[in-house]
Design a protein around this ligand. Structure first.
Ligand code: SF4
Length: 287
């Protein structure tokens, strides 16, 4: 782990990543792809020590309140966050400056910051997003080895619901011949229904692979699923988008189930919800 001085913290879409790199070890991780130009090992976490200072400056000068997102590139609740508290300090600033927050993680460490999420949600809006890929707990320990498993993440979603904090689930990736099954899909959807999630982001039944992530994924296949690397190579070659043969059938189940239970289920619906910050009451009042 090493610290770096960042020049800016917020992207044009008001997203931020206080860490670069990740130790959760997901075998399908796209963030380790070569295109992101890591100059150090992906597990050697670079933390932006000046992230809170940069964020405070950015929030102070913003003309309009908005949702601030984190977690799209690297998980904001890495084990290192326990001591570094960078994500927590950023949430404190988001609360202090009265912005909204949309946080994406796989880790139950987010429960530590429940007080801040509640405060932000009371003042503006906070949305907790969790990635769920695998209903089978043993399989989850293989696919996402260094972070809490799906059942625990489901408990986190329930806790958020009990605290009035809306949630969105990212249902991806679904890896061909591994977790692209109806049983897996229905299991995760049942968790989402029970936890009362507002939306589910699912881009399709499949995954993406490119230089850097492909080699890491294939070596994991060799360790845990002998023979599957060869099947992938034969069926998908070096394609970036890997579409499961189950895509059409499972997407129908996905959309039908979400529709029945009133869950937002297209990426457009989910992103519109995540980015939307309701106008303050005063601004709506006609004088
Ligand atoms: S949590 Fe996200 S960034 Fe970290 S290893 Fe998994 S997929 Fe990659």
């Amino acid at each position: 782990m090493h610290k770096i001085e960042a020049k800016t913290i917020l992207s044009a879409e008001n997203g931020m990543n206080v860490y670069r790199g990740c130790t959760h070890g997901c075998i399908y991780c796209d963030s380790r792809s070569e295109c992101y130009q890591f100059t150090h090992s992906f597990e050697d976490i670079a933390y932006k020590e000046n992230a809170p200072a940069l964020l405070e400056r950015a929030l102070r000068t913003k003309r309009r309140k908005c949702m601030i997102g984190t977690g799209s590139m690297c998980d904001p609740y890495l084990p290192a966050e326990r001591e570094l508290l960078l994500t927590r300090r950023c949430l404190e600033l988001i609360a202090q400056y009265d912005f909204g927050a949309a946080v994406l993680t796989k880790s139950d460490l987010i429960l530590r910051d429940l007080d801040l999420l509640r405060q932000i949600n009371t003042q503006q809006k906070a949305v907790v997003q969790m990635t769920l890929t695998t209903f089978d707990e043993d399989l989850c320990r293989i696919l996402e080895p260094n972070v809490c498993t799906t059942e625990r993440r489901f408990r986190v979603l329930q806790t958020m619901r009990e605290n009035g904090i809306p949630t969105v689930v990212w249902l991806c990736p679904l890896l061909p011949y591994i977790n692209d099954t109806e049983e897996n899909l229905r299991g995760i959807l049942q968790y989402c229904i029970e936890a009362g999630v507002r939306g589910i982001v699912c881009f399709g039944i499949g995954m993406t692979l490119r230089a850097g992530s492909r080699e890491y994924f294939f070596s994991a296949l060799d360790r845990h699923f002998p023979g599957l690397r060869q099947r992938y190579a034969h069926e998908f070659g070096t394609a970036y988008e890997i579409v499961s043969p189950q895509h059409t059938r499972l997407m129908r189940i996905f959309h039908d189930t979400c529709e029945t239970h009133g869950i937002l289920h297209t990426p457009e619906q989910c992103f519109a919800y995540l980015n939307e910050l309701p106008e303050p009451f005063e601004q709506l009042t006609l004088w």
